[in-house]
Design a binder for this molecule. Structure first.
Ligand code: SF4
Length: 434
């Protein structure tokens, strides 16, 4: 059985530059699916991540199964690839965030559709396929990734195309209910944790001193998070990962996080407006932003902060003030996105009911284009403001001031800052032509 795993490119890949390696980490979906394939079928695998690789498909050998995983902004390319490989006689199976949100749409292009986490249903599908009776659809909830120890087959991936730091996932999903987020719909509001000892064993086997954790909400379950960070301490690794802004509420957890080797955190601040936080059901406290960042800085941690524009509470004035606010709270690497109402999320439903969805071209659902009618400006103005605030945050003057504020992060932080500066310039150029 020959299986080709495909991750199609999305619009963002057009903005990549010589620095893109400093911004690309290895995704684990394809390595996980390969590892989950029952050994008795002696499957041979190939994986292509179009986000970092250019492949001439004509030259590829025929595959029995082509498995495509897509998010909304890459799904049209995913459908194109599905048609291409179907013509060549492969069996097409599709899954991932967009397919979970709109399975009936995906079923027009795929022989089988998997919704939600694929760990259990992938094995079921492969067994049914081998027995000549694959079903049209498999629903992945509830999943059992927390109880089955699976080590992703990273060797499948083009390692040199990514940063040299291996990616690991300890827990999946999130119990928060931010209105715009697809994680919630995908994982059914559940938080699934792997056994701490399994994750530790996996990290040991990687034999690396730096790790990037991809867990979307690692501190949702504080008991688990504490046990996990405690178990990391003896490994003496340095790691980066995600964390919510409410970490300041738990001193013990924060302390364990630092002692376990945390050196970089991605944090979703999203907005400085209490009204927008309420609108999106995001449980952040604006007045704590500065203190949280300072606390991390004092412990040598670099903060990559994500911000979103386009909430109903946003005005031109409030958006233009964001670079100053961001500098004030001290975020080291700021990233902006336009609020994107992914299909079938509560944000999409709300805006759709209000007649404000302006585009259903999934290519535009890339968080750079405005696909809905903003409340206080036009679609075009919102896109212009994205380019404006992104570029403003990456002037050399601001990069320098940020570097002086937090001496940690060194060359990697500098490379990422330059990478995002170049990326932002390309985005602005493309949006100007749009
Ligand atoms: S906390 Fe993060 S992962 Fe969880 S629902 Fe909100 S945005 Fe999504």
């Amino acid at each position: 059985m020959k299986i080709l795993f495909l991750t199609p490119y999305d619009n963002n890949y057009r903005y990549r530059s010589a620095f893109s390696k400093s911004l690309s980490y290895m995704p684990l979906t394809m390595p996980y699916l390969a590892a989950l394939t029952p050994e008795e079928y002696h499957a041979e695998f190939c994986a292509v991540d179009e986000g970092v690789q250019k492949v001439s498909y004509e030259k590829l050998e025929p595959y029995d199964i082509v498995a495509i995983t897509a998010v909304t902004s890459s799904v049209k390319r995913g459908y194109e690839l599905a048609e291409l490989f179907r013509r060549r006689g492969s069996y097409i199976v599709m899954g991932g965030h967009h397919v979970t949100l709109l399975p009936d749409e995906a079923a027009q292009y795929a022989d089988t559709v998997l919704t939600g986490p694929a760990d259990r249903v992938w094995r079921e599908f492969i067994t049914d396929y081998a027995n000549g009776a694959p079903k049209k659809r498999y629903d992945g909830q509830p999943c059992d990734i927390g109880t089955v120890n699976v080590i992703p087959k990273r060797e499948l991936m083009a390692k040199r195309k990514y940063i040299g730091v291996p990616t690991v996932i300890a827990n999946f999903g999130c119990t928060n209910k931010c209105e715009f987020c697809v994680i919630n719909s995908f994982w059914g509001g559940r938080h699934t944790m792997r056994k701490v000892e399994d994750v530790i064993e996996e990290i040991r086997s990687l034999k690396k001193k730096r790790i990037l954790f991809l867990d979307p909400s690692p501190t949702s379950n504080r008991v688990y998070a504490k046990a996990f960070y405690e178990a990391l301490i003896p490994l003496k690794i340095k790691w980066a990962g995600l964390c919510t802004t409410d970490i300041y509420k738990d001193e013990e957890l924060f302390d364990l996080m630092i002692r376990s080797g945390c050196i970089g955190i991605l944090m979703g601040f999203e907005t400085f407006s209490e009204e927008s936080l309420r609108e999106s059901n995001k449980r952040n406290t604006v007045e704590q932003y500065k203190a949280v960042v300072e606390k991390f800085h004092q412990n040598g941690v670099t903060i990559l902060g994500t911000f979103m524009i386009g909430f109903d509470g946003d005005t031109r004035e409030s958006i233009r003030k964001m670079p100053d606010y961001i500098e004030e709270i001290g975020v080291d690497i700021p990233r902006f996105a336009i609020l994107t109402p992914y299909p079938n999320t509560p944000t999409f439903e709300r805006l759709s009911t209000e007649g404000r969805i302006l585009s259903r071209d999934w290519n535009d659902y890339d968080s750079i284009h405005a696909v809905f009618q903003p409340k206080n400006c036009t679609q075009r103005e919102l896109e212009e403001m994205l380019a404006e605030v992104s570029n403003e945050c990456y002037t050399f003057r601001r990069i320098r001031r940020r570097a002086l504020k937090n001496k940690y992060g060194g060359l990697i932080k500098f490379a990422v800052n330059i990478g995002f500066r170049m990326y932002n310039k390309k985005v602005a150029k493309t949006l100007a032509k749009h």
